[in-house]
Ligand binder design. Structure first.
Ligand code: 2NL
Length: 344
């Protein structure tokens, strides 16, 4: 039995040393040290030994078992360590490697200008109002003092969906809706930015879809001087403190009197150049005192309240501000164009 134990020990040592993975090692543990393992079966045979031999063989068996246990445990940690090292090597991340650059977008120049216009008016106490792009004939025209026979209502000029519904041609209907929802309370002090639509052949200065920012103030005692002061403050913040401005008489069906505002040319400062067609002046917006009929449609007594309104085209403002010569640049998404505005 002694020889049997010694040979078991040698055989096991050999196999434990050769084990290459924890699973194989586990099988060896079962094979030698398990309940039905080889050592156990040797111990079971001890009952046939003489009383003198029994303790000697017993001690040897215990020693062999302890050694095997020791070797297996040592091999186990060796294999685990090797497995860990392999995994660390495989999964190593070099944090000093340069990252993958992610392409960053920028604000579209037209949206940048619209946001800037909003900021300037919000700074003067205006609120931003928005409304539907599909409008009724009533809000888009009738309420704005454009009667049925008005030339601006020509079917050829607007995108009609039904005889009563169309894509709005201006953002003024939002202002009429806002007036109505205030139920006669003052002040009304809003700006309405948004997309508008007109049937037009696209070229460098026209687009069938463009943007507009309109503004409206209604209160007691609003006069032309409030209009002038507000729009001059806007122009100075948009184009610079040094500019000159003037109001010229004009005509819009929804305002009376109506004006157009010019500023000294942003390009030449007023001395005359191609941009201002050698006049020294650049038109930036249209405005006027709200027509009494429009006030009444909005739910305001035109005997008690007055108001001013204005409308401007962000495309035009952006063309002037950035020296762009073709409105189509805003809609064709040429990245070479757009990338020039990434910091805006
Ligand atoms: C322009 C001129 C203008 C208005 C828009 C307006 C709105 C209401 C009442 C009265 Cl609710 N007026 N809007 C007034 C004058 C001019 O736009 O050249 N826009 C690009």
């Amino acid at each position: 039995m002694r020889e049997k134990l010694e040979s078991l020990k040698r055989e096991a040592e050999e196999k434990i040393r050769a084990a290459s993975d924890p699973e194989g090692l586990k099988e060896l543990r079962v094979k030698y040290l398990g309940k039905k393992g080889e050592i156990t079966s040797v111990l079971r045979g001890m009952k046939d030994l003489s009383p003198e031999e029994r303790p000697v063989v017993g001690a040897l068996a215990n020693e062999v078992r302890n050694r095997l246990e020791e070797w297996i445990r040592a091999k186990e940690s060796e294999l685990e360590e090797a497995r860990l090292q392999a995994r660390l090597k495989r999964e190593t991340v070099d944090v000093t490697l340069p990252g993958q650059p992610r392409p960053l977008g920028g604000v579209h120049p037209l949206n940048a200008v619209i946001e800037q216009i909003e900021d300037i008016f919000v700074g003067m106490g205006f609120e931003v109002a928005e409304g539907p792009e599909v409008e009724t004939d009533y809000y888009n025209f009738e309420a704005l003092n454009l009667p049925k026979d008005h030339p601006a209502r020509d079917m050829q000029d607007s995108f009609y969906i039904t005889p009563e519904l169309l894509l709005r041609t201006q953002t003024s209907p939002v202002q009429v809706r806002s007036m109505q929802s205030k139920e006669g309370k003052v002040p009304v002090k809003i700006i309405c930015p948004g997309k508008v639509y007109r049937r037009d052949d696209d070229d460098a200065t026209h687009s069938h879809q463009f943007t507009q920012v309109e503004g409206l103030v209604v209160d007691r005692g609003i006069a032309m001087s409030e209009l002038h002061g507000t729009l001059l403050a806007f122009a100075e913040q948009m184009f610079g403190e040094k500019l000159e401005s003037r109001l010229r008489p004009s005509y819009f069906p929804f305002t009376e009197p109506s004006v157009e505002m010019d500023i000294s040319c942003v390009q030449c400062g007023g001395s005359g150049c191609r941009m201002c067609k050698y006049s020294g002046w650049i038109e930036i917006l249209g405005a006027g005192m709200v027509h009494p009929r429009v006030l009444e449609r909005g739910g305001y007594d035109s005997e008690r309240y007055t108001g001013f309104a204005f409308g401007m085209g962000p495309e035009r403002i952006a063309l002037l501000k950035y020296g762009i010569d073709d409105i189509r640049q805003f809609y064709t998404n040429d990245l070479r164009f757009l990338r020039q505005f990434q910091s805006v």
